[in-house]
Write a protein that binds this ligand. Sequence first.
Ligand code: FPP
Length: 244
Amino acid sequence: MIELKQEERRSGGAIPAHIAIIMDGNGRWAKKRGLPRSVGHTAGATTFRHITRCASRMGIKYLTVYAFSTENWKRPADEVDALMKLFHKYLVDSLTDFRDDDVVVRFIGDKSGFSQSLQRLINETEEVSRDRTGMVLNIAMNYGGRDEILRAVKSLCHDCADRKISPEEITEEIFEKHLYTSGQPDPDLLIRPGGEARISNFLLYQSAYTELYFTDVLWPDFSEDDLIRAIDYYSKRSRRFGGV
Ligand code: FPP
């Protein structure tokens, strides 16, 4: 668990080291304008690029965005198709886009569910940004919190069967090494625009003590000011991590 030891301050309060965002409301944003849902996702992708840059410039160390869940495959085929095309385009753009901000791009989730070409792009995006030293951006794609926990359990079961470890030796620290976010601090703040107040299978293990911020603003309309409002809300919270 990360203690807020970073000294960076904004509006007089501590800023979170790790922010997670559920980018919700693209479909409704498009519907309000009489446009297809895919247009909402394109607008959402533009917001994603902008907010990533804002977060990096504000000194956030880790940003994790929920781009596609393990459940999103259930959407109509044309919407899934439009999202895959969008991932292609924005991943190509992000190869150069985030270079100036020194952003390290990582993907969390089951990459094997994607086409060969998207998997190649994902690997290339990770590879070219690996040695950067700025904010770490985790893009959750084909990600599910329960799926992540199950994978960790299976991996540990294999380690036990191979006698690399005994069940009694398993600690939280060892368990966390089997999660996609291994080596990263837990999110301090989870932001969900779009008016829903639920976690939707995002970072279930990691968000045990995360502060939650919900807003009715739809993701394509989410601005730098909205990000600052969320951080201000966070900076006024008293975090006790189960203590007093
Ligand atoms: C949820 O809104 C949003 C998604 C399932 C997709 C999010 C993807 C992007 C913003 C594109 C980002 C691109 C990259 C490269 C990371 P919704 O469709 O559930 O909206 P609704 O609740 O209004 O229907």
